[in-house]
Design a protein around this ligand. Structure first.
Ligand SMILES: *Cc1c(COP(=O)(O)O)cnc(C)c1O
Length: 407
């Protein structure tokens, strides 16, 4: 989290430029919205004596599947765990290739490598920063096992086109929907489209359980494989063995993982899910106010509208054209911080990170759209706990910087 700067620490004002208007208190980039219901549910869970995976995790899964309209939802410890289980279940094995987007968090690429497979990075669309479906065919090889689109910032990917390519070539689609709850593509919720969709309940995401994730699927075979592999490869859930009517007997079918979500976390998730649509309405309203205030500012671009879908607005990502102002993106972020506004960058694209550069030999000029975005993007705070005054402060700060550093 960013360091809090007070007026006294603000750098000297350039000649001819007005003193920056500084918010009294630092506005963090992200803060979760937890209420008395979540607190009471956790206390009740602790009092019940059942802390690990059990009835609350099962209730969370049922509610989540009902919310999206999918057959199966499996609660796990993180979106990273969900992605790992999903790729394993669709059959990704050593030597395989998985196509994904560079505009993502490293977890998306890491889980591919955990299975001994190779992440194949396809450039993103210059406007949406989502994987460009038009580039898929050129990157498919006989070793391609899956395509992993990432719904960047909550902007739904062009799933029709991605699914058509995947079906034609008989490869699986595992969606990284860490940003995409709730989002939709042509009237269908993200989480009901690909073979498996993976959600995150990390503390900055649109709903949270502290740490947690969910894998959704309509395929019974994939659900069964993920259910087994999420808990040691065992044939039945431990909590069923310890119920009064349970039997101690179990078998192990494979070397599984330990990815089950606790009932403590699930008890938070149940209440967060109840409020998911209300949170979303608030984020939509903030996004509308930002876009109304910033559209048409020279050198700054607002997020593009969604063509035939619903944006989850996990992130509000703006872009600063190089050379348009007398300061660059990092300078802009610094000026926001001077004004006590927390902001962030999503993401440093995978192909520019040391590990991926060294392992796969990316060079300057690779993935030009993602590379260009890397130097320009910044994310403004957008979360339901923000007051109208907080939103005004962000707007005032962005306008003041954009005007004060005009060429
Ligand atoms: C947050 C995030 C993840 C990882 O989620 P965890 O629940 O923290 O494992 C994966 N992909 C993207 C795009 C993310 O933003």
């Amino acid at each position: 989290m960013s360091v809090q700067l007070t007026r006294g620490q603000a750098p000297a004002v350039a000649p001819g430029r007005a003193e920056p208007h500084v918010r009294k208190e630092f506005l963090p980039f992200a803060v979760p919205m937890l209420g008395e219901e979540e607190i009471a549910a956790v206390v009740e869970c602790l009092r019940s004596g059942w802390l690990t995976t059990g009835p609350r995790a099962e209730a969370f899964e049922l509610a989540f599947a009902g919310f999206l309209g999918c057959r199966h939802a499996l609660a796990v410890t993180s979106c990273t765990a969900a992605l790992h289980l999903a790729l394993e279940a669709v059959g990704v094995r050593p030597g395989d290739e998985v196509i994904t987007s560079p505009m993502t968090f490293t977890a998306t690429g890491a889980v591919i490598e955990h299975l001994g497979a190779r992440p194949v990075l396809v450039d993103c669309d210059a406007a949406t920063l989502n994987l460009d479906p038009g580039l898929l065919e050129a990157h498919l090889t006989p070793r391609t096992r899956a395509i992993m689109p990432v719904h960047f910032a909550g902007h739904p990917c062009e799933m029709d086109r991605i699914l058509a390519v995947a079906r034609h070539h008989r490869v699986a689609v595992v969606e990284d929907a860490a940003h995409a709850l709730p989002a939709a593509h042509h009237g269908r919720r993200i989480g009901t489209l690909g073979d498996v969709t993976c959600f995150s309940f990390y503390v900055t995401k649109t709903i949270t359980t502290g740490e947690g994730g969910m894998a959704t699927t309509d395929r019974d075979d994939l659900a069964e494989r993920m259910r087994t592999m999420r808990l040691h490869g065992m044939t039945r859930d431990a909590w069923k063995r310890y119920r009064g009517d349970g039997s101690w007997a179990y078998d192990v079918l494979d070397a599984g993982f330990k990815y089950n979500l606790t009932d403590i976390a699930a008890s938070i998730g149940i209440h967060q899910l109840h409020r998911c649509d209300a949170f979303h309405l608030r984020r939509q309203a903030i996004a509308r106010r930002y876009t109304a205030a910033f559209a048409g500012l020279p050198g700054l671009a607002v997020p593009p509208p969604v063509a035939g879908g619903v944006h989850a607005w996990h992130l509000y990502v703006m872009r600063l054209e190089p050379g348009a102002l007398t300061l660059d993106r990092d300078g802009f972020l610094h000026q926001l911080r001077v004004r006590n506004i927390g902001a962030s960058v999503h993401f440093r694209p995978l192909h520019l990170l040391t590990h991926y550069r060294q392992r796969y030999g990316f060079v300057a000029g690779d993935l030009p759209n993602a590379t260009a975005a890397a130097a320009r993007v910044f994310s403004l705070p957008i979360y339901p706990r923000m007051t109208d005054q907080d939103v005004d402060d962000v707007i005032d700060a962005v306008l003041e910087i954009a005007r004060g550093y005009r060429r």
